[in-house]
Design a protein around this ligand. Structure first.
Ligand code: AP5
Ligand code: ZN
Length: 208
């Protein structure tokens, strides 16, 4: 299946996308991870305000559309089934996506703002596997893993606030767009990770 997963920063897109990729044997295409792996690539020839993605990401701003559209276009051309996470983040990107591919399911993980802040500031990443943890909700069992966990550069309180502001301004209209189109499948993202996964799995099975 071709799956789009939408949700605010910290809603659980990465967490559920890992489950989806495993269960449905699809590619996890994530613009956030792709950009983090290429934070210092030179994008100046695209006529951007800053020379690398880093400046945008560390401030919680969107990386320019041209850069992100190219990443997604390339990734989609190589994937059969996929779960797309982190894109589209504004109406211009949503329009681009419509030219690139059809979708079978559009999921929206619904989580309130207080919970988002708590999730993001407590998130930790395993730099070796890319696995996502939370100091409280989902700590690793292996002490060796615990010892190497890192915090994402943009998970500071100040940047989190800006990311949520950017989300409200640019990405909420995208949610409304799919809602009006009648394709949006809303999932209660404030349940436990396992409960969210049950709902996500069922929604995909019903739609695909
Ligand atoms: P990106 O990496 O996409 O970040 P984001 O959208 O802010 O989303 P997150 O990755 O922070 O959250 P998530 O929903 O994946 O949550 P997670 O599963 O990790 O983008 C980063 C930056 O890149 C952007 O700011 C921008 O600069 C740039 N960028 C990316 N895409 C772009 C685009 N298309 N255009 C322009 N710029 C772009 O979970 C969060 C935490 O909660 C974890 O600790 C997890 O363990 C925990 N958790 C998960 N589910 C639950 C649950 N059910 N209960 C309790 N805890 C849970
Ligand atoms: Zn993510």
């Amino acid at each position: 299946p071709r799956i789009l997963i939408l949700g605010a920063p910290g809603a659980g897109k990465g967490t559920q996308s890992a489950n989806i990729a495993d269960e449905f044997d699809v590619e996890h295409i994530t613009t956030g991870d792709a950009l983090r792996a290429n934070k210092d690539m030179d994008i100046s020839e695209m006529d951007t305000e800053y020379d690398t993605p880093r400046e945008y990401m560390d401030q919680g701003e969107l990386v320019p559309d041209d850069v992100v559209n190219a990443i997604v276009d390339e990734a989609l051309s190589q994937a059969d089934g996929f779960v797309l996470d982190g894109y589209p983040r504004n109406l211009e990107q949503a329009e681009e996506l419509e030219d690139m591919t059809d979708l079978d399911v559009v999921l929206y993980l619904d989580v309130g703002e207080d919970e988002l802040v708590h999730r993001l500031t407590g998130r930790r990443m395993d730099p070796e596997t890319g696995d996502i943890y939370h100091v409280e909700y989902n700590p690793p069992e292996d002490p060796e893993v615990e010892g190497r966990l890192e915090q994402r550069d943009d998970d500071t309180e100040e940047t989190v606030k800006e990311r949520l502001r950017v989300y409200r301004e640019n990405t909420e209209p995208v949610i409304e767009h799919y809602e009006e189109e009648g394709t949006l499948e809303r999932v209660d993202g404030e349940q436990s990770p396992d409960e969210v996964w049950e709902d996500v799995k069922e929604t995909i099975e019903d739609a695909a």
